[in-house]
Design a protein around this ligand. Structure first.
Ligand SMILES: *Cc1c(COP(=O)(O)O)cnc(C)c1O
Length: 313
């Protein structure tokens, strides 16, 4: 009990995250033969339920919500929805997930959404057109009313608000003095935006977009503007490794990931991490890293068995 007689509210740091996350060397001839040293930044080991960059992005928001319910948004396979639901269970905070796709309401929940529901998340399904326009304040207000979430603390789709971006600067700070280049897979780009801001001036961040479209650099600039008031750090994106778009895992990528797991005993999350690792192998092979370069690869998540897409959808 605290002085005022209330039970103190659990905070994210009370969940004993493993921070700084471990940094381990990778022994892989596909890099060594090009004079490139690779380190794995094991953010997947931060917390068993709140994994990787989802921890770094959600923790400051959980504390800011201060016990209010959290409402957030995502597709049927969203890692962000699952992480938010898990956080709600761990911290005893109500969570509401607004899910893209009205038609899903009439079907059995997929494994990812089942997990959200099992963690206590209240799911509210909306049609795709409304969902697409949720950044329009009037549409959003109506949506929150319909979901009975007017008083809840809103976290945007993918979780990348300014608190989340600032939370990811710590990832950069943990890597200062350890690598020349830091590679990370990008969805919204929030992790890259914060990571780049936390690195030392001589370090560079390299983002691997998993969505197609090429819109990411503009989004990252906007996220940095909102979080820090201007551009921060040296970063760029390596395009051409999205393998057809979000949640697309063609056979070539699946085989690469299976092989990587066998070689290194590292569980490889398919939707993001596999694409980043594939990009690093390809770039090293093309001689795009100078001899003597140390690359840290951020392992932002872990595979989740049945919740993962194993084929193209
Ligand atoms: C959500 C997620 C990302 C993408 O993070 P952004 O901040 O949206 O770019 C990367 N890797 C994994 C494993 C994720 O779950």
């Amino acid at each position: 009990m605290s002085d005022n007689g209330r039970v103190p509210r659990p905070t994210a740091s009370g969940l004993s995250p493993r921070l700084p996350s471990p940094l381990v060397a990778l022994d892989d001839d596909r890099f060594a033969r090009h004079g490139v040293r690779v380190l794995l930044k094991r953010d997947d080991l931060i917390h068993p339920d709140l994994i990787g960059n989802k921890w770094r992005k959600l923790a400051p928001n959980l504390d800011a919500a201060d016990g209010r319910a959290i409402v957030t948004f995502g597709g049927a396979y969203s890692n962000h929805l699952r992480a938010t639901a898990a956080a709600g269970r761990l911290l005893d905070v109500p969570t509401i997930g607004i899910v893209r796709g009205q038609e899903l309401a009439d079907r059995p929940l997929n494994p990812s959404l089942s997990r959200c529901a099992a963690d206590g998340m209240r799911l509210h399904f909306v049609d795709r057109s409304t969902y697409r326009h949720k950044d329009d304040p009037a549409v959003l207000a109506a949506l929150l009313r319909a979901a009975d979430a007017v008083d809840a603390y809103p976290v945007p789709e993918g979780g990348s608000n300014s608190l989340a971006v600032r939370g990811c600067t710590e990832l950069g700070r943990e890597l200062r003095g350890h690598a020349d280049v830091v590679a990370v897979a990008c969805g919204t780009g929030g992790t890259l935006a914060g990571l780049a801001a936390g690195l030392a001036p001589e370090q560079r961040a390299l983002g691997v977009p998993v969505l197609k479209g090429g819109f990411l650099p503009a989004e990252i600039r906007a996220l940095q503007e909102a979080a820090f008031g201007g551009p921060r750090g040296a970063w760029r994106t390596a395009d051409g490794f999205h393998f057809g778009g979000y949640a697309r895992v063609p056979a070539e990528l699946a085989e690469f990931a299976d092989d990587f797991e066998l070689r290194h005993g590292l569980p490889v999350e398919r939707l993001y991490v596999a694409k980043m690792l594939y990009a690093l192998v390809a770039l090293a092979q093309e001689g795009r890293f100078a001899h003597g370069t140390t690359v840290a690869a951020v392992i932002t998540g872990a595979p989740d068995g049945d919740a993962q897409s194993s084929t193209s959808r």
